[in-house]
Design a protein around this ligand. Sequence first.
Ligand SMILES: [Zn+2]
Length: 266
Amino acid sequence: MLELIQIPCLTDNYAWLVVDGAQALVVDPAEAAPVLDRLAPTGARLAAVLVTHHHDDHVGGIDELVAATGCAVVGNARDGGRIPRLSRRVDPGQTTVVAGLPLEVLDVSGHTLGHVAYACARRFGVVRRHGHGGSETEVARLAGRPALFVGDALFGAGCGRLFEGTKEMLAAALATLAARNPSSLVCCAHEYTAANLRFAQAALPDHAAIRARALGLDEEMGAAKSSVPSTLEEELATNPFLLALHDDEPAAAVGELRARKDVFAV
Ligand SMILES: [Zn+2]
């Protein structure tokens, strides 16, 4: 049975441990120690690190994980010069098999050039949330779904800043993710949902679904103290950046919203 385990790293980062029987992979490990600690009781062998983009808080654990386990490092070929120890170069548009799991590689450039997401069509039998300061909690409602590992391309009720790309690229990346199976788990790399919902309510004060999500957030996070993963259907209904894709000029609408969020005081 496929298992998804959230691992809190640094102050608000998340790594994702995927365990499929005897094999495991981890997505965006900011640190090695919490990954190795959580891997040990599974008894699985770490086959690979999956990297969504080159930022330090996504690759910081790679050196130590490779030294400890000999795992492969999978990432976008075009970021070969800035992802440490990259050993399996993939290209957007291809499907790659990692630890026995077929993963579709999606171009979601914008936050960085070369940012990719990985779509896993296999459904997760068990999903465990574990936020910062919370306790690991199995969330039955989230089981039985495929997953999107999106890095910093999409967050709960928000999206990553534009560091290298254009608003056109950001709108295209969001549209790529919005077109996936709506039941997908959205496995992003940060716990930013509460702050993003404050901005979402300021941007769209009359939006009932956004207000309901904000009101229910504490209950949603529960003992795990985590709002992640969310589901794509939830993001499609409440994420202002995905809602902006319905505008007549989506790139302009997404770009304007992103610029306002950059200076929004939470
Ligand atoms: Zn980043």
